[in-house]
Structures are given as C-alpha cells and as structure tokens.
Design a protein around this ligand. Structure first.
Ligand code: FCB
Length: 462
C-alpha cells in the first residue's frame, strides 16, 4: 500500500465527490417556515444534554444562507451533495397535511443544486423525528411505519422529478442505540437492548415500506440506506477478546447488514439478545430485504474491542491503542476504510457502494491572513481518499465519496465544540472560510473535472 503522501489520488472520471450534511446540524430557523419541533429541539433544550448547552436553533443558518453554501460547493469542485430533509418541516406534527413552505424550501435548494451542476442525494431521516410522533412512542411504536411511508410518499412526489438518489435512513444503529439504550442522543431514553432492538426493527420496517413507494414515485430512482459500519478488531488473541470483537461486529455491523441483504437476523446475536430480541412478524424480513441500489458506508474510525462491561449484553470495552487520534478521541485508521469496504463487498455484494460520510474533528481557527491550516484534517482526508482509491483499484464498486462535512456545524451532543468542516464556520458572524482541507478536496475533486474535459476533447478528436 502506498503511503498517504505519495498515494495515487486519481479517480474514475464519473466518480462522485461531495460533502454530506444533516438538516438539524446546519439549517437553524427551527421556528420558521411552519416547521414543527423535533426530538432534537426537545433534547438540545434539556439542560445537561449538550456540551455548553448548545442547541441547533441557529446552527449554520443554512435555511437562509443555502445559496452561498451551494456557491461554496461549486468552489470546492463538488458534483454531488448529500443532505437530509427535515421531516418536521414537511409534516410539522409528523402526519397530516403537508406544509407547503417546507417543501418549497427543499424545492429551492434542489433547483439551486441542479443549476450549479451538483447532483442532490437526499436522506429522508437523519435523526430529527417530529416531537409529536415521539409523544406517541416514536420508533418504539410499530405503526410509525405508516407515518414514515406517508412522509416518503409526500416528499418523493414533490421532489422525485429532480432528486434521483434517495437514502431512507442515516445510521440506524446510532440513533436507535444512542437514543434508546445509552440515552446520549435524542430522545434520550435508557431502555436497555430491548428498546434499541425494538426501535431498530421498526426503522427497518419503515425502510422496507418506503422503498416501493420511492420506486413508484421516482421511476429511475437509485435507492439506498446509510449505515455506520465499523471495522472491528480484537484487542488481543485471547478468546474473550476475540468473542467480544465478534459480538460488537454482530451488534453494529451484521445486525444491520444481514436483514437488509440476507433477510435474516444473525443467529449468534439472536441467541445473545434472547428475550431482548424484537418481535418479528411473518413477512417482516421479506420486506426489510427489499432490494436496494446502493449502500452508503459512514466510516470514521476502527474499533478495537476487548471483553468488558459496556453495552450489555454485548459486553465490550473499547481499547485505544497507541496511534493518532482526533479531537473526539477517535483513532485515525485509514486502512479501516478499505477493510470495511472489502468486508461489505465480500460478504453482501451490494450493487454499489458510497462512502456516505467520512471526516475528522480537529480544532482549528482562521489565521490573521484568513487561512485555516487544518493540516491534520487534510492528512486524514488524503489518507482516506487513498484507501478509497485502493478499493476501486481492487474492484470494489465504490461510486462516490462524501466528506463529512461541508462546514463546521452542530455536532449533536458535542454541540459546536467539535469542528468537522472543510469550511470553517464562525458561528457568531456566520462567516465561512475554506480550510486547507477544503482546498485539498477541491484539488482532488477538480481532477475529475480535468479528466472529463480530457475525455471530451479525445472524443471530439475521434
Ligand atoms: C455521524 C453522523 C453525522 C455526524 C458525524 C460526525 O455518525 O451521521 O451526523 O454527526 O457522525
């Protein structure tokens, strides 16, 4: 494997380069345009839940600055943008009459993207459930499937003439487990594995119910789901650490991949979860594994696991081997990206793969001359791009790469303290400054433009 500095970063000419964002993390304007409250409004306004008491009330004010933000994407040479649609903007109480102003907002954004030559990749659910649905039980209520299906129907009818790439859910593991098991994310419940697994099952059913609706409304749709997959390694060769790594792989990877691609939950995990396993009705798994067109992989770090007391009954303990770490204490492990892509490709053969998020939190600030020298983030991206390039070279059907994230934004329970952007956000003034990492991304994505131009010239010459 070439080292990251000398790595070949030339990508196929049709490779998709974008950044990813999520509605609650960037939009702000939480009480504008008829938007209803979401579980993240409630959670972030609950004292003690978010670092420094931050909320997404204003965030990056993208609701008002979307034009400028699209201009930034152009400046970065990006040809795609992964963003999420806020369910509570479309259906302020989760169901009923669609809110025209909410649809109009995304209508304008999508038109703006297309006019800039940027392909929209829409995610229907990136964690901002309408609070009214939470009040009825949220993801723990099986009938939420009908609400999600209805929401998917409304949005895809309105935008499906222009949005071809649809992702149903972002990271089901994260929001079901952190929201219903550890309580670190909204809605902040601590219900043990039983709660997390019940929520996950209803999320899966909602996904399965939405796919045919999206297909019917958008004939040439490309439909997928985004998972946060972990490259799991055992902390040692001891049998208890090997078993712990296998359980964590089962909890975070296989519990999601197996139902979606094989139509079954993994037997070892069903045995481990026992009575905590979800109630499964006859046709559930057939619906969950309705064929999709792509899988999005969010990758941030590898996970080195030892036997321990965390996440019972998974009983693991995360180990931090010597190495480089981001500001959030996440290990920098570029090879993990290659490893997880080949793991998924070898075992599940998805028709296409995207790196739907990858990036790093590091502290940075503009210098007096206005530059932001985020060398560590640029190194992180370069090394991960090289692993993506290696995956393509080895025949893995990787179609695109979305860097997390366009601009520093509201990083959930970390509030504004964790900066992941390739563009710096000054939250007081909403001033944006392209960082060195953004320049790197612009260079790498710009090569694609050069390749396309070269191909056109060659074709014209024939
Ligand atoms: C992912 C989330 C995304 C962002 C990054 C850092 O788990 O999908 O919204 O918070 O982590």
């Amino acid at each position: 494997m070439p080292n990251s500095e000398s790595a070949d970063l030339s990508f196929p000419s049709d490779f998709v380069w974008g950044t990813a964002t999520a509605a609650y993390q960037i939009e702000g304007a939480v009480a504008e345009g008829g938007r209803g409250p979401s579980i993240w409004d409630t959670f972030s306004h609950t004292p003690g839940k978010i670092r420094n008491g931050d909320t997404g009330d204003v965030a990056c004010d993208h609701y008002h600055s979307w034009r400028d933000d699209i201009a930034l994407m152009r400046q970065l040479n990006l040809n795609a943008y992964r963003f999420s649609i806020a369910w509570p903007r479309i259906l302020p109480t989760g169901r009923g009459q669609a809110n025209r102003q909410g649809l109009d907002f995304y209508d304008r954004v999508v038109d703006g993207l297309l006019a800039a030559g940027i392909t929209p990749y829409a995610t229907l659910y990136h964690w901002d459930l309408p609070q009214a649905l939470q009040d009825e039980g949220g993801w723990l209520r099986r009938d939420i499937v009908l609400d999600f299906q209805n929401y998917a129907d409304i949005v895809s009818r309105a935008l499906g003439d222009r949005i071809k790439f649809w992702t149903t859910f972002n990271e089901p593991w994260t929001f079901t487990w952190w929201g219903h098991v550890t309580g670190e994310d909204a809605p902040g419940l601590q219900l043990g594995a039983r709660g997390g697994l019940a929520a996950t099952h209803n999320v899966f059913l909602s996904h399965g119910a939405a796919v045919p609706v999206l297909r019917a409304n958008v004939p040439d749709a490309q439909i997928g789901i985004v998972l946060d997959l972990n490259c799991v390694e055992p902390a040692s060769d001891k049998p208890e650490d090997l078993a712990a790594a296998s359980r964590f792989d089962g909890c975070q990877n296989r519990w999601y991949l197996d139902p979606l691609f094989k139509g079954s939950y993994p037997a070892d995990m069903l045995a481990l979860y026992g009575a905590d396993a979800p109630d499964i009705a006859a046709d559930d798994l057939a619906s969950i594994c309705t064929p999709i067109d792509y899988l999005g992989v969010n990758f941030y770090r590898r996970s080195v696991m030892a036997h321990g007391a965390d996440l019972p009954p998974v009983n693991i303990s995360r180990v931090s081997p010597p190495g480089r770490y981001t500001a959030l204490g996440w290990e920098v492990s570029p090879h993990g990206l290659y490893d997880i892509l080949s793991y998924v490709n070898d075992r599940y053969r998805p028709p296409a793969l995207y790196v739907s998020e990858s990036g790093a939190a590091f502290e940075d600030r503009p210098e007096p001359d206005g530059a932001v020298h985020d060398t560590e983030r640029a190194d992180y991206l370069r090394a991960h791009f090289a692993q993506a390039r290696r995956a393509i070279h080895d025949g893995i059907p990787l179609r695109g790469y979305f860097v997390w994230t366009l601009m520093d934004n509201f990083e959930w329970a970390e509030g504004y303290s964790a900066r992941f952007g390739v563009v710096h956000t000054d939250f007081a003034s909403q001033r944006r400054t392209v960082k060195d990492s953004g320049r790197l991304l612009a260079d790498v994505a710009g090569q694609r433009r050069a390749l396309v131009a070269a191909a056109l010239i060659n074709n014209a010459g024939r």
